[in-house]
Ligand binder design. Structure first.
Ligand code: FRU
Length: 484
């Protein structure tokens, strides 16, 4: 019975019950990945926010923990981050038992009701038992606000170049960068964003980190900024900027707008602090504010994306952020189905029948040519993916994919994305499908697409339609074991 309700993700993180949105406080410490999240324990729609908590040792299997942070007289607990204060710079623990520190946004409902603008401030809480129990700092808020309507989602990290703490938060149409010696007193150093990037909606959930460019020794800083609305296919999405950061100021020569994921359902994603081996691990909330409250699940709502490893490469002289599912997922796979080569003549199809594609990983290498993939079942649900090599676009059509009528925009349009960076002779397809999601990674995550789907029955057929003659290699379909 457990985790088997209709549409319940079988190998993605979802809360045991009730409403979840953004991932928060992602921190690796002593072999454990902590995941906190925006949580409303009373209903399956958004409400007074808490921080839920879960832990994992492999990023795949999760253990639910007690609620970490509850609203208090200063407000609801909105999104934020967590660090280990290893040298007890805050003085809130000891050197022997350093505090785990969470920095989050307080949203004051009383102020909001009274029509005040300055509803959002930043607060701090600490834990002396590895995240089990939390104490709010007695002199909250640590960053006050008197003038801004939107002022939230602090990401804190240790900057090893400057030996200072950094914090980045968003203030409406821009990001603000702060420094601190002790995680409590913060100095505003600079701002970034006016006239840069996408501004279809307010900026939310920033992150800032350094990555090495694949195959070089060069390092660049990546700034993530979620926006809602204003996504390429409607509603919520996460953009990124590649540039430089000297500990105080972020600069970039980037002109065009770049997105972490081009699907409709990857929002508010941020990365782990202190992940092992210098890895940059990302998790997003697999939903979209356009319909997050309306999806057809019953006693819980929404899930996280698969954890993904981020990397940076150069394509056509420009920086590209790539994302791929973490390698740990491989432990969940069987090798049910594998076929070496498929030759498809122009206009022909090849259909694979498989008991449950909604719990599978599909991989193949295709020529850089026109190709359609159709997922279907006996209920006549159809999910269509179309790579158009001439137009250089990748499209997802979920209009007939199953339940779509719970909200108008969900199944209204084909989601088409320009893919000018797919310049190789062959294209690697990686598709991971859970009961209510599809994640697609092209060429090692040069493009990724994450979308929710609600098929009336699991898809059991995958048809590859060649618009041109085509050779497809290394096809594998593997089932992914459930984690709950
Ligand atoms: C993003 C967001 C954040 C905010 C949180 C509230 O989805 O709007 O900006 O902190 O959700 O739950």
């Amino acid at each position: 019975q457990y985790y088997k309700e209709p549409f319940r993700p079988q190998f993605h993180f979802s809360p045991e019950k009730k409403w979840m949105n953004d991932p928060n406080g992602m921190l690796f410490y002593k072999g454990t990945y902590h995941l906190f999240y925006q949580y409303y324990p009373e209903d399956i729609v958004w409400g007074p926010m808490h921080w839920g908590h879960a832990t994992s040792t492999d990023l795949i299997h999760w253990q639910h923990k007690k609620i970490a942070l509850f609203p208090d007289q200063l407000g609801l607990i909105f999104s934020g981050s967590a660090v280990m204060d290893t040298y007890n710079t805050s003085g809130l623990g000891t050197k022997e038992n350093p505090p785990m520190i969470a920095v989050f946004t307080y949203h004051n409902m009383e102020f909001e009701k009274a029509g005040k603008i300055n509803t959002q401030t930043q607060g701090l809480a600490y834990s002396l038992d590895e995240g089990e129990t939390w104490t709010k700092y007695q002199a909250n808020p640590i960053i006050n606000n008197t003038t801004l309507r939107d002022f939230r989602d602090p990401k804190v990290f240790w900057n090893n170049d400057t030996k200072l703490w950094n914090l980045v938060l968003v203030a409406g149409d821009r990001a603000q960068f702060y420094t601190s010696k002790n995680l409590i007193n913060w100095n505003l150093e600079s701002e970034f964003g006016q006239n840069k990037g996408a501004h279809g909606g307010v900026w939310e959930c920033p992150d800032l980190f350094k990555l090495k460019i694949n195959g070089t020794q060069e390092e660049k800083w990546v700034l993530l900024v979620s926006i809602n609305p204003g996504a390429p296919n409607g509603g919520s999405a996460t953009q990124y900027f590649v540039g430089d950061f000297d500990g105080k100021t972020f600069t970039t020569s980037q002109k065009e707008i770049k997105w972490v994921d081009y699907g409709t359902d990857n929002y508010a994603g941020v990365t782990y602090n202190n992940a092992p081996n210098g890895e940059r691990i990302f998790l997003g909330w697999m939903s979209n504010w356009n319909y997050a409250r309306d999806t057809p699940t019953t006693n819980w709502r929404s899930a996280m994306t698969l954890p993904r490893t981020l990397s940076l490469s150069t394509i056509k002289g420009d920086y590209v952020l790539q994302s791929q599912p973490v390698a740990q997922l491989d432990k969940q796979l069987s090798t049910d189905f594998s076929i070496e080569k498929i030759k498809l003549n122009k206009g022909t199809n090849k259909t694979f029948t498989y008991s449950n594609l909604n719990q599978s990983k599909i991989q193949f290498k295709a020529e850089n040519k026109n190709l359609k993939l159709v997922f279907s079942n006996d209920a006549n649900d159809l999910l269509v993916l179309h790579y158009d090599a001439q137009k250089q676009t990748f499209a997802i059509d979920r209009r007939l994919s199953g339940k779509v009528n719970f909200e108008k925009s969900f199944g209204e349009k084909i989601h088409s994305t320009p893919t000018p960076n797919l310049i190789t002779k062959n294209i690697d397809f990686l598709i991971i499908m859970d009961w209510s999601s599809i994640e697609i990674f092209l060429n090692g995550g040069v493009y990724s697409f994450t979308e929710q789907i609600f098929p009336n029955q699991p898809y059991t057929k995958l048809t590859i339609q060649s618009v041109e003659s085509q050779e497809i290699k290394n096809t594998t379909i593997q089932s992914v074991k459930r984690i709950w």
